[in-house]
Design a binder for this molecule. Structure first.
Ligand code: SF4
Ligand code: FES
Length: 247
């Protein structure tokens, strides 16, 4: 395939940045989207030009680092991560626009790389359980209802990619936050800190500059792990309960 790429280039956080056009030949439909960008960078290296900076790590849909806005859609046209998106989703002669996540709490560091450490700070504010370490407990001491275990497992698949924020017109991280709150709130181990967790994490979310949820639903449509919108209802319910308890 022969493609035309419009790619956001930005030297560093302080620079302005602009779209730049590249022609790329020899793209196979079996390549992943990131392998296509690797090919572009090989060409740029050979020409002595600065390669396009982008994030990736596992390239297996697990780590959440490969976060690109492709033709205006977070992670592109399929419900998957950018690394699991394949070039067979595109056609010979296509023009593809590639941009970084656009949200104030995710500043662009270079080209397509954004700083998503705001998510880490939200987790540090309460996305954990406190336990005394020691020998492994007996697994059957703490039974977990099957429906709750399944629900916790399903929402624990959130990989923290930030597509929900990038897709949301409000720049809200409510889907990410709701996934974490629901995951820990369904399990018995998550109960002692349930109230303080939701209050601290919501405060950090707002402090980072993420917007509020107005039930638009773009987040869940963009989410590569199909985290459902009702985790945001759970988030709001837990927050109301914590406030009623005096937090
Ligand atoms: S909720 Fe979905 S889109 Fe948002 S960070 Fe988690 S996996 Fe990514
Ligand atoms: S590189 Fe890890 S999810 Fe894409």
């Amino acid at each position: 395939m022969k493609l035309t790429l419009n790619i956001w280039r930005q030297a560093d956080q302080a620079s302005k940045g602009a779209m730049q056009k590249y022609d790329l030949d020899g793209v196979s439909e079996d390549m992943s989207f990131l392998e296509m960008l690797d090919l572009l960078n090989e060409n740029l290296n050979e020409q002595g030009e600065d390669p396009v900076a982008f994030d990736s790590d596992c390239r297996e849909g697990i780590c959440g680092t490969c976060s690109l806005m492709i033709n205006g859609q977070a992670h592109g046209p399929e419900v998957t991560t950018t690394c699991q998106l394949h070039m067979r989703s595109f056609s010979d002669g296509d023009t593809i626009t590639v941009e970084p996540w656009r949200a104030d709490p995710f500043p662009v560091l270079k080209d397509l790389v954004v700083d998503r450490s705001a998510f880490d700070r939200i987790i540090q504010a309460g996305g954990y359980i406190s336990v005394n370490t020691g020998s492994a407990p007996e697994a059957n001491n703490l039974p977990v209802e099957k429906a709750k275990a399944d629900r916790a497992f399903d929402v624990a698949t959130c990989i923290g990619c930030g597509a929900c924020v990038a897709a949301c017109p409000n720049g809200s991280a409510s889907l990410f936050l709701g996934a974490k709150i629901t995951h820990l709130g369904e399990l018995p181990q998550g109960q002692p800190e349930r109230d303080t967790r939701v209050v601290s994490m919501v405060a950090q979310h707002d402090h980072e500059g993420f917007g509020g949820c107005t039930n638009i639903g773009e987040c869940t449509a963009a989410c590569p792990k199909e985290i459902p919108l009702d985790v945001i209802s759970q988030l709001n319910k837990d927050l109301r309960t914590a406030i009623r308890h005096g937090h």
